[in-house]
Write a protein that binds this ligand. Structure first.
Ligand SMILES: *Cc1c(COP(=O)(O)O)cnc(C)c1O
Length: 384
């Protein structure tokens, strides 16, 4: 490659960029992204043109790939999600959105003429995916805590019982981290005698730690899901956004098409696929394992409880869904929102206590909140 060295100005721009990124990273509480990872031990793999083209479970022609590790990542989550050990499949995606697209694609290929049911609080990627796939859909009401309204679900499906049902359940909604009960949705479908049905569980946010919740909330294959999405860059953390889709192998087999050019099956959404992400995820899982993930969750849960308690102590009406790492509270002043990069929707804001969030950070945030609550009270008095 014909290259030249970067100019002084360009080098300065890179320095500036790094400073900005570092500063932004250190001061956000509102988005579900872990930042406590260290992949330096495998950083040298960045010098290879890794491409996981094709199906990870088939031998392709292109060998600069990480399929073996990708399969281990898929197997890890299939086991954690209690899939049938003889009937699972999956791959590492570009994120939860692609994983959702895959689940819906699979469901549509299995059941033409189906209707998709999803709740008001479903992630925005789902609506777009349904549009891309051109499947008719109906929005189901959500309860105030963000969980699907089971009664509305039952009544709506009853009206359309002549059609196959594809249900998009969410395990950890974006704003309130509400979890739809997959067993209960499955039972409703059974009671209505809907034979052709499929439940995709969007567990992008909470799936990675769902197995460690006590009491357990139903979301996995054993509970009645047909496919599950997770994001890899949220709870685990990764320099590159990524996700995983886990499905039943038998379902995938019904839609796979062979492609001779790649010597593999074209079972994935994109052709060329990121081969570094599976490597990062594999490394993180080897370092943490199931016990490490469990401890990571329990520690985060403690921080979330602490955050909720501290907010309540200064008079802020904070609350959490059961087992959630997300603390919900009324939206804050613009200043605090900006400083802590708090995601806001309507009149609520939240803090997501991902593993990197510490009690010290919560203390600093509370200090800001306390000041701002005082300012608001002053303003209130002035208005009289
Ligand atoms: C984050 C998230 C997604 C999208 O995942 P990406 O990895 O950002 O593509 C989908 N659904 C839910 C519930 C999420 O939290």
């Amino acid at each position: 490659m014909n290259t030249q060295t970067l100019s002084v100005q360009d080098l300065a721009r890179l320095d500036e960029l790094q400073k900005n990124i570092e500063n932004a990273r250190d001061n956000f509480l509102g988005y579900p992204v872990s930042k406590d990872f260290d992949y330096s031990e495998i950083a040298h793999f960045l010098q290879y043109p890794i491409n996981n083209l094709g199906d990870p479970f088939e031998d392709g022609t292109y060998k600069v790939q990480t399929h073996e590790l990708e399969k281990e990542v898929v197997a890890f989550f299939a086991k954690l999600f209690r899939a049938n050990p003889n009937d699972y499949w999956g791959y590492v995606t570009n994120g939860g959105s692609e994983s959702n697209l895959y689940g819906l694609y699979l469901a549509r290929e299995l059941f033409s003429n189906a209707m998709v049911y999803y709740s008001e609080t479903t992630h925005y990627s789902v609506k777009k995916n349904i549009q891309l796939l051109n499947i008719p859909s109906i929005v189901i009401r959500s309860q105030p805590n963000g969980e699907i309204d089971y009664e509305d679900f039952e009544n709506t499906v009853r009206l359309n019982r002549h059609k196959p049902a594809i249900v998009l359940a969410t395990f950890g909604t974006t704003m309130k981290e509400a979890k739809d009960d997959v067993s209960r949705l499955r039972a409703i479908l059974r009671n209505l005698a809907i034979q052709d049905c499929y439940i995709h569980c969007d567990a992008a946010l909470s799936g990675t730690y769902g197995a460690f919740m006590e009491p357990r909330l139903p979301f996995d294959f054993f509970d009645g899901a047909d496919s599950i999405s997770i994001s890899g860059h949220k709870f685990i953390g990764s320099p590159i956004p990524c996700g995983v889709i886990i499905t039943k192998r038998s379902n995938r087999d019904r839609i796979s098409k062979g492609v001779s050019y790649i010597g593999s099956l074209d079972t994935t959404i994109t052709g060329s696929r990121n081969g570094h992400s599976p490597l990062f995820l594999w490394y993180a899982l080897k370092k943490m394992n199931v016990e490490g993930l469990r401890n990571r969750y329990l520690k985060s849960l403690e921080v979330a409880e602490y955050c909720e308690m501290r907010l309540r102590a200064i008079g802020v009406a904070a609350w959490r869904n059961p087992n959630a790492l997300t603390v919900v509270f009324p939206k804050t002043s613009a200043e605090i929102k900006l400083k802590w990069q708090l995601a806001t929707e309507g009149d609520i804001a939240h803090i997501i206590c991902m593993p990197n969030v510490t009690k010290e950070q919560i203390d600093n945030f509370i200090e800001d909140m306390e000041k701002s609550v005082l300012v608001e009270e002053d303003a209130f008095e002035f208005s009289f």
